[in-house]
Design a protein around this ligand. Structure first.
Ligand code: ZN
Length: 434
């Protein structure tokens, strides 16, 4: 009887989970970490951008296993190195994760720091097969060949039961679109980028024809680069200090057009790169998420990992729970001290992560009587102690909310600029009178 109950319960259970890790930035050569005072990373301003350690990757894997040993998969959304080189840091991450999760599919994609040269031409086509050989154990032949040739791939996730909704994982190579890469601004990735977007559109079209739901992952997300606003630890201006589009607008426009066409069949768009926790409305019908980093720099943030909650019968991704390591005390006590940061449905009072739910959340953020936005600011920086955080004043908050609402919009120049203009005006009020 007991056995029958267990079987029945497992048949009725439709919940599944996967972890997303991003921007690990392993400090393999211990350039900015050490085994005595910075075992898990470093907030120190003189080490701005410091990476995670090999120990933090292994301890994070152990923690993830404790939280959920029965994962559907783990995805690492790019940026392996801080020091020690691209392939060695990838190998070290791969080794740590698979030592704890030997039977869990482990997927990956390319971040902007994962290139050893240009993101096109022979620099790229010589690198992709090496990366595929490192991470490719869980790729099917088609995905392995796609990645080895182009640096992006799609595959059908293993189905748990015959009634599971087929889900296609799509892993983009956003380095063809990244505004921060001067080869991209020079137009050198034009052909590769066009080919990738044609492939994306075709992949999404085929998925719909085959009754597959799509989960889309990338490294650099479309949107405005505003994670560094008001950061007092930055004492010199650089090209990274301007609030500009993460993707060149010509690429963002095309991405959005494709996503609009297929929005009803895309259950998740999730990225990394920014090292902070945010989301953005995309066009009129979808929303993207940006997941915080395991690395502790750019800007200073506690090491973070996100557990996505899915419904395997529907193929939906309806919730997530995020966890952060208390970096200061973990370094002091020489052991990883993890906390649950929050579960989206609980803290934001949401039933799911659909476009309409995220629009409702944005309305709540605007409400003066709600404390939800102050919570969001805490999560934005992964509960990093306030003294290490940039102070986000009224203007910084205006920019952030405009980015969430308009930053990934097709008319970013009009939407985002208009939003900051009009909301900025209402901040100023009638200061100047005769
Ligand atoms: Zn990055």
């Amino acid at each position: 009887m007991f056995k029958i109950l267990i079987v029945l319960t497992s048949l009725l259970s439709t919940n599944a989970d996967f972890f997303q890790l991003t921007d690990i930035h392993v400090d393999l050569d211990q350039e900015c970490t050490d085994n005595t005072t910075h075992l898990y990373g470093n907030f120190d301003n003189s080490h701005y951008g410091c990476g995670a350690t090999s120990i933090s990757v292994l301890d994070t894997s152990k923690f993830m296993h404790k939280i959920q040993p029965e994962l559907d998969f783990i995805i690492f959304t790019g940026d392996a190195p801080w020091s020690g080189g691209v392939l060695p840091t990838m190998a070290s991450i791969q080794q740590s994760l698979s030592s704890i999760f030997p039977n869990t599919p482990l997927y990956f994609l390319m971040g902007n720091h994962d290139f050893t040269g240009k993101p096109f031409g022979t620099d790229a086509t010589e690198l992709y097969p090496q990366v595929a050989n490192l991470w490719g154990k869980w790729l099917d032949d088609a995905a392995h060949s796609e990645f080895s040739t182009f640096g992006y791939y799609s595959l059908l996730l293993p189905k748990k039961t015959s009634s599971s909704k087929p889900v296609r994982l799509i892993a983009l190579n956003t380095e063809h679109f990244n505004h921060g890469n001067s080869w991209v601004t020079l137009g050198k990735t034009w052909q590769e980028g066009q080919a990738q977007l044609l492939w994306l559109n075709q992949t999404l079209t085929n998925a719909t024809l085959n009754n597959e739901t799509c989960w889309l992952f990338g490294h650099v997300p479309p949107g405005m680069e505003c994670g560094y606003l008001n950061d007092e630890s930055k004492t010199e201006a650089s090209s990274y200090d301007t609030v500009r589009e993460n993707w060149m607008p010509i690429w963002q426009m095309q991405y959005q057009e494709i996503i609009e066409l297929h929005a009803s069949n895309i259950a998740l768009q999730s990225f990394g790169h920014e090292h902070v926790d945010t989301f953005r409305l995309v066009g009129s019908n979808s929303v993207l998420f940006s997941v915080p980093s395991l690395s502790t720099g750019y800007p200073a943030t506690n090491p973070t990992t996100r557990l996505w909650h899915t419904d395997e019968l529907k193929g939906t991704v309806h919730d997530y729970t995020q966890y952060h390591m208390d970096l200061i005390n973990s370094n002091l006590e020489q052991k990883p001290l993890w906390n649950k940061s929050y579960t989206a449905s609980e803290v934001y009072n949401l039933t799911d992560l659909t476009r309409s739910s995220m629009e409702t959340l944005l309305e709540r953020f605007h409400s003066k009587s709600s404390s939800m936005y102050s919570k969001e600011r805490r999560f934005f920086m992964s509960s990093t102690p306030e003294k290490y955080q940039p102070k986000c004043d009224a203007w910084c908050q205006t920019v952030d909310l405009c980015d969430k609402e308009f930053g990934a919009d097709i008319s970013t120049d009009k939407g985002f600029q208009g939003c900051t203009y009009w909301r900025g005006r209402s901040l100023i009020g009638n200061n100047y009178e005769l």
